[in-house]
Design a protein around this ligand. Structure first.
Ligand code: ZN
Length: 201
């Protein structure tokens, strides 16, 4: 039975100024299966995050910040199918990044087998080859799954983590708020909005 709890609050940063040379925007798993109607694991609110993410990416690219896409990707008999059913299988429509956020030349695409984008992926290589980057803006879906694990993994490596809450999506408001609270409380991330982020060299 559901219980009523008070939602813990976390500070919302009203202005976040970031040096684009030291910042990467990470777009987590904005793939058809997670975002689009007909997708195998659709997160309905993810569609509301598309436009804010697109707005952020436009400004980030203009400022010269690196954009990194993560792409959840599974093979024929992935053990994750026992938890979630088949999803983002390689070569299918569901595995493709949504066309509204199509990667551009110069962006990095990091495929990953699990929630944490640093695990068994190219992420560390992509970041180590750009040692000036110390801040990751993390967007995408699902807030309490791949976004949270990736934010945590980044923070454990001492990256500064910034999460614009209008650019992340979860299946419930509880999941969304609990994950943002955790990112603030445990990982010392900055919770903000897309429009509060300024790229200033
Ligand atoms: Zn998966």
């Amino acid at each position: 039975m559901a219980r009523t709890l008070e939602v813990p609050t976390y500070p919302m940063a009203e202005a976040v100024s970031l040096d684009p040379r030291r910042t990467a925007v990470v777009v987590v798993d904005m793939q058809n299966d997670f975002v689009k109607p007909g997708g195998k694991l659709q997160v309905p609110s993810a569609q509301e995050a598309v436009e804010p993410i697109a707005r952020l990416l436009k400004r980030a690219r203009e400022a010269g910040a690196l954009v990194i896409y993560t792409q959840d990707l599974h093979g024929e008999d992935d053990p994750e199918y026992r938890i979630w059913g088949e999803h983002v299988k390689g070569g299918t429509w569901g595995a493709e990044i949504i066309p509204e956020l199509a990667p551009q030349p110069g962006d990095e695409i990091v495929s990953k087998p699990r929630y944490d984008a640093f695990y068994a992926s190219r992420m560390e290589d992509v970041l180590r080859s750009r040692p000036e980057i110390d801040t990751l803006i993390i967007t995408g879906t699902v807030t309490n799954i791949c976004v949270l694990h990736t934010a945590g993994s980044a923070a454990l490596r001492w990256y500064k983590v910034v999460v614009p809450k209008d650019a992340v999506a979860a299946l419930s408001e509880f999941d969304q708020e609990a994950a943002l609270h955790q990112i603030d409380f445990l990982y010392k991330g900055t919770i903000t909005t897309v429009d509060a982020i300024r790229f200033e060299s």
